[in-house]
Design a protein around this ligand. Structure first.
Ligand code: PAF
Length: 291
């Protein structure tokens, strides 16, 4: 696997990979790689393109109250993971490369970025969109892979790529889950053993509501019930909502393409998850309501 740390090295490596007319598939990451990232690299590889992964912990997407220094970092482990997955090139830019002196340009996406994570974490999607636009400009991939776990992020990137007429395809990859249904995330390592046993209830609640929507129950009552159950289970529920899967606008029923999205805190860990509305999922449904 090639490893590039400067733009000059990146350009040379991308040119080498493209020489046999091979397409490039980018997997943008912030490191601390887990099975979810592995699935992104595998999907990129399966496309037949040369898989390129970037590792950059992007300060611009962290709000002032979020601890950037606490974000897990494991460069050696991450490079070993990428190598094991057959990644062709790892791109590890430094801060000065990504945010040159005097930088004065950021990208603000409205539409799907307005609600939910956009409201809870002001500036977050500006940071995500800006860094992804830079990564796309640097690597010039033919396609880029993002996990469906961050459903809103995926829609924000899609909107940006469409609006800026960027010549790449954005591919969403299904969420990878632990055996008990918890969506994999770099932040799960911060859960205490007790919180770790509670955490899968978020996925279970989503699945429960998805199935009951499919069975014809009314959305508003189901959503209110799920929020109440999770609160009784010590989740600080930020939102548990039914939305249009593309625009992220709230909807009242499981229209085609609708998505159930949720964010809830357990201690200091913010858990995000989502599921297609009105569709059963292949992970355990075991919600234990203490009421
Ligand atoms: O999902 C992430 O890890 C980050 O938001 C991304 C897309 C790599 C941008 O920094």
């Amino acid at each position: 696997m090639l490893v590039a740390r400067t733009l000059a090295d990146l350009r040379a490596a991308c040119a080498d990979l493209r020489r046999p007319a091979q397409a490039l598939a980018l997997v943008p990451t912030m490191g601390a790689l887990h099975q979810g990232h592995r699935a992104l690299v595998r999907a990129a590889t399966a496309s037949g393109a040369a898989p390129v992964a970037s590792i950059f912990v992007n300060p611009l997407q962290f709000a002032a109250n979020e601890d950037l220094t606490r974000y897990p970092r494991d460069e050696a482990g991450d490079l070993a993971t990428l190598r094991a997955e057959g990644c062709a090139l790892a791109w590890l830019p430094d801060l000065a490369t990504m945010y040159p002196d005097g930088e004065a340009t950021t990208i603000t996406v409205a539409g799907p970025a307005r609600h939910w994570e956009g409201a809870a974490r002001p500036g977050h999607f500006r940071g995500v969109a800006t860094v992804c636009a830079k990564l796309f400009g640097q690597v010039r991939p033919d396609q880029a892979y993002f996990g469906e776990k961050d459903w809103q992020q995926l829609q924000v990137i899609r909107r940006m790529v469409t609006d800026l007429l960027l010549p790449l395809r954005v591919v969403g990859v299904e969420t990878v889950r632990e055996a008990d249904g918890l969506a994999m995330s770099s932040r799960n390592r911060f859960l205490s053993p007790q919180q770790r046993t509670q955490a899968p209830m978020l996925a279970a609640a989503l699945r429960d509501v998805a199935e009951r929507l499919a069975a014809g129950e009314a959305a508003p009552a189901l959503l209110a019930e799920a929020r109440a159950v999770l609160q009784r289970l010590d989740f600080a529920v930020d939102y548990f909502a039914l939305v249009d899967g593309e625009t992220l606008s709230p909807v009242n029923s499981a229209i085609p393409g609708a998505r159930l999205i949720a964010a809830a805190g357990l201690g200091t860990v913010r858990l995000l998850d989502n599921i297609a509305a009105g569709q059963a999922a292949a992970y355990p449904r075991k919600i234990v309501d203490p009421a």
